[in-house]
Ligand binder design. Structure first.
Ligand SMILES: Cc1cc2nc3c(=O)[nH]c(=O)nc-3n(C[C@H](O)[C@H](O)[C@H](O)COP(=O)(O)OP(=O)(O)OC[C@H]3O[C@@H](n4cnc5c(N)ncnc54)[C@H](O)[C@@H]3O)c2cc1C
Length: 427
């Protein structure tokens, strides 16, 4: 009997997941995830790619999806290793000849799919975009400025409705049939996510949070006014981690906002949240367009140069101080402390610490991006590297140099943010 592999790496969810609807002529289907060893355990420029928190969050979401699928009698195979290699081995073991997965965004996924396509029939589905297949911009014509992109696509944007949660069918391999392939995952869970550790990342938690934010507390109504705050629970949507993991569908979120606008109220804030989701969308298409060039020293603006950043002794010390929140600038250090302690930082904070590293300390932007990659619980390849390049002036804009003293006065006028984080009153 022929088997299809359904790769759920970028869609760690039941809701709005087109991959769970694949019928494939009634042939057997195996739900699979590959936890990419490289993305979690390798280094770039001598910086670990992910810290323990990020790994734990990933494991937590996968475990919760595995439980949700098991409740529908669908087994989930979670492999650990190189994506293409692991899938080819599994395909051989199961006699699989086809693979379905979400349309990729970043270089590593494209490379994996290219390798897999040599031996399997690979079909990619648009699962995570707003423009979708109907308004697929065509990369050659994709504008390189966000404003041009927005003006071109926003007026006619028809975001596809989320697909319903798939009804179980009997063509999926069951938990009993897939259990034997999960030895590595079980070991990873035991080692890195022991039961006593309560890590709440899951599809259900993400959806409940957004329902609370939009419908119950209606915090969405002040989004535009509060989004530049530096700390707090509801100044922004806090949807980024779930979107980055794929445990939340961007199309579902978009339609929740529009439903709220239709049923309750549409204002500048409800619009602005959609505007920010368009930024995310923009970077994702930009990544498809320029691929690995985003990791080049001069980004998409210059000749390709993948040589690693070089720092002199002073710069090495400055970079260490920046990472460990010891620059001596209270505003920068408070933001970096927040990142180091929670894995998150406000957008305003991110812009400032990035500008400070690049333009005040004169350090290669790619080191900052690599450090953020390790730390951010909402790490998303396109959004992170795209935003860093933006501030460095190597991406979709001229360099953005913030005057961090002025920014601190503007966004933390009484020093309460710095005080709350460091316990030290800014003088
Ligand atoms: C240097 C730097 C690095 C960044 N790295 C990441 C990253 O790795 N992952 C990430 O999701 N965002 C990143 N951002 C963008 C932004 O800071 C975060 O998306 C936002 O702070 C997340 O909080 P939120 O979910 O409450 O956002 P909200 O303000 O509620 O926005 C809603 C959603 O819109 C999207 N969004 C908002 N702002 C941006 C933006 N500037 N670029 C792209 N998408 C945006 C996100 O998906 C976000 O969840 C980075 C920004 C900077 C300046």
């Amino acid at each position: 009997m022929s088997v299809s592999l359904i790769l759920l790496n970028d869609t760690l969810r039941l809701h709005d997941n087109p991959l769970l609807h694949i019928a494939d002529g009634g042939s057997a289907k195996a739900a699979v995830i590959v936890l990419n060893r490289h993305a979690f355990f390798a280094q770039q420029y001598g910086i670990k790619r992910a810290n323990l928190q990020r790994l734990q969050q990933q494991l937590s979401v996968i475990r919760s999806l595995s439980n949700a699928l098991a409740a529908r009698n669908i087994g989930l195979i979670t492999l650990f290793g190189d994506t293409a290699q692991s899938l080819l081995k599994l395909a051989q073991q199961l006699g699989a000849t086809r693979l379905y997965c979400a349309k990729p965004v970043a270089t590593y996924e494209y490379a994996a799919i290219a390798r897999l396509s040599q031996q399997l029939s690979v079909t990619t589905l648009d699962c995570n975009s707003l423009l979708g297949t109907t308004s697929d911009p065509g990369l050659a014509k994709l504008p390189d400025s966000f404003t041009a992109f927005r003006k071109q696509y926003e007026p006619s944007l028809q975001v596809a409705l989320p697909v319903d949660i798939a009804m179980p069918d009997d063509t999926w391999l069951t938990p009993a049939q897939t259990a034997r392939y999960n030895a590595d995952f079980t070991q990873l869970l035991q080692q890195y996510l022991p039961h006593q550790l309560q890590f709440k990342a899951s599809e259900d938690a993400a959806m409940a949070h957004l329902k609370h934010y939009i419908w119950q507390q209606r915090h969405i109504l002040h989004y535009k006014d509060s989004r530049n705050q530096l700390i707090g629970k509801h100044y922004a949507s806090f949807s980024s981690s779930a979107l980055a993991l794929g445990s939340l569908s961007v199309r579902w979120l978009w339609h929740e906002i529009e439903r709220f606008e239709q049923q309750i109220l549409a204002n500048d804030s409800t619009y602005w949240l959609k505007f920010e989701l368009l930024w995310r969308e923009f970077f994702r298409w930009q990544f498809r367009k320029y691929d690995a060039r985003w990791f080049s020293k001069g980004g998409i603006q210059s000749q390709i140069n993948f040589t690693a950043p070089v720092l002199n002794t002073d710069q090495q010390q400055h970079f260490r101080n920046w990472c460990s929140a010891n620059t001596g600038n209270a505003f920068i250090d408070a933001n970096m402390t927040l990142l180091n302690q929670t894995g998150l930082m406000s957008n305003r904070g991110r812009q400032n610490v990035a500008s400070y590293l690049i333009h005040d300390l004169g350090i290669d932007w790619r080191l900052g991006a690599a450090y953020f990659e390790q730390r951010l619980l909402d790490y998303d390849c396109a959004s992170n590297w795209g935003n860093w390049a933006y501030i460095a002036g190597t991406g979709n804009s001229q360099a953005r140099h913030f005057n961090v003293q002025k920014q601190a006065q503007l966004y933390d006028p009484d020093g309460s943010f710095v005080h709350a984080i460091t316990g030290v009153l800014a003088l």
